[in-house]
Design a protein around this ligand. Structure first.
Ligand code: SF4
Ligand code: SF4
Length: 181
């Protein structure tokens, strides 16, 4: 079974609203080389207690490096984006969330991560690379494109904020539940 070891990247990259901790900001409970000072104590926010990363649960991530070495964290929690194809009603598309260390903005080009995105795309899941709670890059791997090309969409996008658990369930329904459970 995989262990976090010295990795604490999730505690830095992800926002924790109850602690008013923004994405990319250090957590007041994070202790260098020791981990979370309130682990499994009442002060630990629920968001942290139930959260996990895909590298740790090894959910189709066998060939990926530990997050502190790859410089990104794949969230087990999916999100969604809404696209409006010309002449058609808006559609919600499930996206896997990858939180990138802003000091390594191109970490999403890791070939192992691209292979993982490709496999998710075969299941109809795109990827959102989050630099913080609002700035993001949406990546559509070749299975989404009839010409088999990668597409990275950043410019011209509206801000893509994270959604609440209820919003995600409402948008994706059983599809999201199946991923979360
Ligand atoms: S990012 Fe994953 S491996 Fe790293 S500390 Fe968080 S849960 Fe552990
Ligand atoms: S409370 Fe603990 S688990 Fe949550 S972000 Fe802070 S250090 Fe990490």
């Amino acid at each position: 079974m995989r262990q976090c070891g010295d990795c604490q990247l999730c505690c830095k990259l992800l926002p924790v609203p109850p602690l008013q901790k923004a994405a990319g900001a250090s957590c007041k409970f994070q202790k260098f080389h020791k981990g979370c000072a309130v682990y499994h104590r009442p002060e630990m926010p629920n968001e942290c207690a139930i959260w996990n990363c895909r590298w740790l649960v090894n959910d189709d991530t066998a060939d990926l490096s530990r997050p502190d070495r790859s410089h990104y964290v794949i969230d087990v929690m999916p999100d969604f984006i809404t696209i409006t194809p010309e002449g058609e009603p808006p559609q919600n598309i499930q996206v896997a969330q990858v939180w990138i260390d802003p000091r390594h903005p191109d970490a999403h080009r890791d070939p192992a991560l691209r292979r993982w995105m490709f496999r998710r795309a075969q299941a109809g899941v795109a990827t959102i690379v989050r630099y913080n709670a609002k700035d993001a890059l949406v990546i559509f791997a070749p299975p989404f494109d009839i010409e088999g090309q990668w597409h990275e969409i950043r410019s011209g996008m509206k801000p893509t904020p994270t959604h609440t658990f209820d919003q995600i369930l409402q948008a994706l329904g059983g599809e999201a539940k199946a991923v979360i459970e």
